[in-house]
Design a protein around this ligand. Structure first.
Ligand SMILES: [Zn+2]
Length: 197
């Protein structure tokens, strides 16, 4: 067991997404180079996010209020729900400013390989909020698992709400492309020219 705080910090940082051990070393060095300037604000930002941010129990987005500010927004179209894999996807969609409906964050996609079964995703809460909804827009990414998940969820929706239109983003999107990483105009176009699922 290595108790060296520098090594420990680097190991922790290296676990963050997009961060290799080389970047982790650079960040650790930067933080330690001026603890007051660099570490204290980060520490309080982490603490404040830890204390205040929670998951919306309706759509599973992150916000400081529950239900979240998107779910309670007076100008959002309550008849449309866009189904997305992650909160990052919602942020990307909101950035485009094009879509005016509601969201539902699934929390992943079904995957036999990774042991992701339907009960591990927020499918139940989606099915419980379908009354008054006209359209579900599938935006789960063009991966094999993403599409298989979309088919599964569509099947569940049709069991109880056969009148809901199910559409999906038009994919001018690279195969395997994840929604979060699309540039804003591609995403906006994909939403505008969505087709029947
Ligand atoms: Zn919400």
């Amino acid at each position: 067991m290595n108790n060296n705080p520098i090594e420990h910090l680097i190991k922790r940082l290296a676990k963050l997404p997009g961060m290799g051990s080389r970047s982790a070393r650079r960040v650790a060095l930067h933080l330690l180079s001026d603890k007051d300037m660099n570490m204290d604000p980060l520490q309080s930002a982490l603490q404040s996010a830890r204390d205040k941010v929670e998951k919306c129990s309706t759509c599973h987005c992150l916000d400081v209020v529950n239900p979240c500010s998107i779910c309670t927004h007076p100008e959002k179209d309550t008849t449309k729900i866009c189904l997305l894999q992650s909160v990052g996807d919602v942020w990307a969609m909101e950035r485009t400013g094009f879509y005016k409906g509601h969201y539902h964050v699934l929390g992943g996609v079904l995957s036999a390989l990774d042991g992701v079964t339907p009960d591990k995703l927020s499918i139940g809460t989606l099915l419980s909020r379908l009354d008054g909804v006209d359209e579900i827009i599938m935006a789960l990414g063009a991966t094999v698992d993403g599409q298989a998940t979309a088919y599964y969820v569509a099947e569940q929706i049709r069991k109880t709400h056969g009148d809901i239109t199910i559409s999906r983003l038009a994919y001018g999107v690279p195969i395997g492309g994840e929604v979060e990483y699309l540039d804003d105009s591609t995403l906006a176009t994909a939403m505008k020219s969505r087709g029947a699922f």
